[in-house]
Design a protein around this ligand. Structure first.
Ligand code: ADP
Ligand code: MG
Length: 382
């Protein structure tokens, strides 16, 4: 007998037929003698609608009331699934879904978009589950988004660290926090498709998790490690350039201090000597949704920073190459820059860590860049 947490995403629960399909996946596990906890998302599109209503009601809304409204989507699917499971003769009861409780007020709280992934992992840890199965609309984690690159390949296994980078750099197949939590507690997470017929899948058996989907696990459980495992892209960044900033000590602090005080995260930073040779141009990225606030903060700090003008654009995309193999292989970056140059793609900014390289480019080149790099590192499916 295994203890299994099963999480189903919005597309998998989009209507009653699909909820019945989900129930059949659950029944397969229960019939095999496994102990099951299920975590559900809201029906696809519902959370977007709820968020839109909240914003329409007031742009500056109370966060607790946002949570109260947005948490209702999961309550619907949890209740409906419990009803369907009961009608199949299973003992089922619904509880609160991607929600949690805000400790101070005892009111309902949510874990952000994609938060049911994190609920599922947290519940799996609390129940000491043998596996946390994330059922979605693709049959695993791919080398890159399979909807952009048809030649993307499914990864049978991916390390926590690589998955964490992929998620935080734009591969929204798992919420970043869910991967973080799984990594800290060494919870095995599997990504599977709910669209495989329920009776075509074997029930979970401890020690036999490897034939389908993707297992997110420790690096040393992966025998065949590639230098580059995946490519991610994120369209939600915006770039800001401060033109002709006085080039003197302390200027970076005067720019990034006020932004930090306003809780605005700065990601990539590049500094160039300005054409006049005396000043410097400072380019950096922020979340596109934070751009108006960032510009306001910079305007207020203009006299203190001492710059000539500011330019901003949200037409940029961050493309990242990820792989733990980069720790021991040189030349991954050089190869990347050369390949992009050959396609005429200009790099606006670069950032690196031990296991990833990110470049900021014009949004128009996003797909070309992802496809080029996918081929370059030998990831295309045959
Ligand atoms: P759910 O509603 O089930 O949570 P999501 O939309 O959050 O589903 O995540 C699944 C989607 O993630 C897929 O439809 C796919 O387009 C996208 N995706 C992005 N990058 C990847 C990747 N590297 N591998 C698999 N899917 C990816
Ligand atoms: Mg999701």
């Amino acid at each position: 007998m295994a203890v299994v947490v099963m999480k189903f995403g919005g597309t998998s629960l989009a209507n009653l037929d699909r909820i019945r399909n989900v129930a059949a996946h659950v029944k397969r596990e229960v019939d095999a003698g496994n102990k099951v906890a299920v975590v559900v998302s809201a029906m696809s599109g519902v959370t977007n609608q709820l968020v839109a209503w909240v914003r329409e009601a007031s742009l500056l809304h109370d966060a607790r009331e946002y949570d109260a409204v947005v948490a209702t989507g999961e309550q619907v699917t949890a209740g409906l699934l419990a009803i369907v499971l009961q009608s199949m003769g299973l003992k089922a009861r619904s509880w609160q879904g991607f929600q949690g409780v805000e400790p101070a007020s005892n009111r309902i709280a949510t874990l952000g978009r994609g938060g049911s992934d994190t609920s599922a992992v947290a519940i799996a840890i609390a129940l000491k589950a043998d596996v946390c199965d994330i059922y979605t609309d693709v049959d695993g984690v791919y080398t890159t988004d399979p909807r952009i690159v048809p030649k993307a390949r499914r990864l049978p296994k991916v390390s926590y660290e690589e998955m964490l980078e992929m998620a935080s750099l734009g591969s929204k197949v798992l919420q970043t926090r869910s991967v973080e939590l799984a990594m800290v507690h060494k919870m095995k997470v599997r990504v599977l498709s709910s669209f495989v017929p329920p009776d075509a899948m074997q029930p979970v058996m401890i020690g036999h998790l490897e034939n389908i989907g993707t297992i997110v696990c420790d690096e040393d459980e992966i025998v065949e490690q590639q230098v580059v495992s995946g490519i991610a892209y994120a369209k939600d960044e915006a770039k800001v350039t401060l033109l002709k900033v006085e080039d003197k000590p302390g200027v970076a602090a005067r720019i990034f201090g006020p932004l930090a005080d306003a809780n605005i995260n700065v990601d990539m930073i590049v500094q160039n000597v300005a054409p006049d040779g005396k000043s410097t141009d400072m380019t950096f990225t922020v979340q596109a949704t934070e751009l108006p606030r960032a510009l306001e903060v910079l305007k207020q700090a203009k006299a203190d920073i001492g710059y000539f003008d500011v330019a901003a654009s949200a037409d940029v995309v961050k493309v990242s190459v990820i792989g733990v193999g980069m720790r021991s292989h040189a030349g991954v970056a050089a190869k990347m820059f050369k390949a992009l140059a050959e396609k005429g793609i200009n790099i606006i900014a670069i950032s690196t860590s031990e296991i990833k390289i990110s470049v900021l480019i014009d949004a128009a080149y996003a797909e070309l860049a992802v496809r080029t790099l996918h081929t370059l590192y030998g990831m295309d499916a045959a």
